[in-house]
Design a protein around this ligand. Structure first.
Ligand SMILES: Nc1ncnc2c1ncn2[C@@H]1O[C@H](COP(=O)(O)OP(=O)(O)O)[C@@H](O)[C@H]1O
Ligand SMILES: [Mg+2]
Length: 339
C-alpha cells in the first residue's frame, strides 16, 4: 500500500493546501492514479511504476517534449503541471518508504469511454492524430523507444508447450492461434522493409486514454509516446477505437470517421490504408497475448493476484486476436470509397 500523502504532493508541486486525502482513480493500466484536491483546484497525480532500465528516463523526457508541444499546439488534453526544477517527474517523500515518482496534470471532469467509440469521437481522434503528426517531432533518441512488432511470434510453439505443461485450460486455444501469429509475423517483416519515415507521436490514442468532458474529448496518458510511421499510427488508432476486437467486426462508421477527420485536418494519406499498416500494432498484440499468457502461468507475474487477473484476461485476448487480424485485412474494402 502506498502512503503517498496529498499535502506532500501539493508541496512538492507548489499546488497550495490539500483539502482532502488522495483518492484512488480507477482505469489506469500501468501506474497508480490519484485525485488531489487543493485550495487551488483539482489535479490528477500519477504515481509512476519506475522501470529499471536506461531507456526509461530518456523515453519519458522525449514523451514530455511531445506533450508540451501538443499542449502549446492546443491539442485537447489535460494541462501538464511541470515538476519543480524542470525535469519530467518529481520525487515526493513518503514517510515509511522510498520516495514516490510522481507526475501531475490538471484534473479533467469527463467520462471514460470504451471501444467501439462514437463516430463523432472517432472524427476527433483522426483530427488529433493529424495535428500531432503535423508537429513532425523527431523520434530522438531513437534507442530509447520500444520497438514495434513482435518478439514472441517466433517462439510461439515454446509458449504453447509451457502453457500445456502448466495445465492451462486455454493451451489448446493458444496452439490454434499459431497460423494467425505466423501471418502477423510475416506482415511485420513486410512493414519493416518499407523504411517509411516516422515521427514522435502519442502512440496510444485508444478509448482507454480518452475522457469525454462537457466541452468535448480530451487525450490523456502521454507517457507511452513513441516513434511511429504516421499512416501506421492512424491505422492502429482507427482499428482499435472502432472495435477491431469485436466478433462482428469494427464499427465501419467510426473507422471511416477517424480517417475522414485525419484528412479534414490536413493529415496526408497518399495511398489507401491496408493490412501492412496495421502490422506493427498487430505484432504488439501478439506480444501482449504472450505476456498475459506467461503471467497467467506464473512467468513474470507480480504475485498471485497478477496471475489470477491474467488468467481471467487471457481467453478474451486469445479470442480477439483473429478478429483483429481480420479487421486489419478488411481495411481496404471498409475504406474503399474514401480513396
Ligand atoms: N487529467 C486527468 N483528469 C481526470 N482523470 C484522468 C486524468 N488523467 C488520467 N485520468 C484517468 O485516470 C486513468 C489512468 O490514467 P492514465 O494516464 O491512462 O494511466 P496509465 O498510464 O496507468 O494507463 C485514465 O484512464 C483516466 O480515466
Ligand atoms: Mg492509460
Amino acid at each position: 500500500m502506498s502512503t503517498l500523502q496529498a499535502q506532500d504532493v501539493a508541496e512538492v508541486f507548489g499546488l497550495g493546501q490539500a483539502r482532502a486525502r488522495l483518492r484512488a482513480v480507477p482505469g489506469g493500466h500501468v501506474h497508480r492514479m490519484w485525485r488531489l484536491d487543493t485550495d487551488r483546484g483539482s489535479y490528477a497525480v500519477k504515481e509512476m511504476n519506475r522501470q529499471d532500465n536506461p531507456e526509461w528516463m530518456p523515453w519519458l523526457q522525449a514523451a514530455w517534449r511531445l506533450e508540451l508541444a501538443a499542449w502549446h499546439a492546443r491539442i485537447r488534453m489535460p494541462e501538464p503541471v511541470p515538476p519543480p526544477g524542470g525535469g519530467v517527474v518529481a520525487e515526493v517523500p513518503v514517510a515509511d518508504g522510498p520516495p514516490a515518482t510522481v507526475r501531475v496534470h490538471r484534473w479533467v471532469n469527463g467520462r471514460s469511454i470504451s471501444q467501439p467509440i462514437d463516430a463523432i469521437v472517432g472524427n476527433w481522434a483522426g483530427r488529433t492524430l493529424a495535428a500531432l503528426h503535423s508537429l513532425a517531432m523527431p523520434a530522438e533518441p531513437r534507442w530509447a523507444f520500444p520497438p514495434t512488432g513482435t518478439t514472441e511470434a517466433t517462439r510461439w510453439q515454446e509458449l504453447v508447450e509451457l502453457s500445456k505443461d502448466a495445465g492451462a485450460e486455454w493451451g489448446g486455444d493458444l496452439a490454434a492461434l499459431a497460423p494467425v501469429v505466423e501471418e502477423i509475423y510475416d506482415l511485420t517483416q513486410i512493414a519493416a522493409t518499407r523504411w517509411l519515415p516516422d515521427v514522435l507521436t502519442h502512440a496510444d490514442l485508444r478509448a482507454k486514454n480518452v475522457l469525454v468532458a462537457a466541452t468535448g474529448p480530451v487525450l490523456v496518458d502521454w507517457d507511452m509516446a513513441a516513434a511511429k510511421v504516421p499512416r501506421e499510427d492512424l491505422a492502429g488508432c482507427a482499428l482499435s477505437v472502432s472495435g477491431w476486437n469485436q466478433d462482428d467486426g469494427p464499427v465501419r462508421e467510426t473507422l471511416r470517421q477517424v480517417i475522414a477527420g485525419y484528412r479534414a485536418a490536413g493529415g496526408a494519406l497518399e495511398r489507401p490504408l491496408d493490412v501492412v499498416d496495421a502490422a506493427g500494432d498487430l505484432g504488439n498484440e501478439v506480444d501482449w497475448v504472450a505476456a498475459v499468457a506467461r503471467r497467467a502461468i506464473g512467468q513474470g507475474a507480480q504475485g498471485p493476484d497478477d496471475m489470477e487477473r491474467s488468467a481471467k484476461l487471457i481467453p478474451g485476448l486469445i479470442r480477439a486476436l483473429p478478429n483483429k487480424l481480420l479487421a486489419a485485412r478488411s481495411l481496404r474494402w471498409l475504406l474503399a470509397d474514401q480513396f
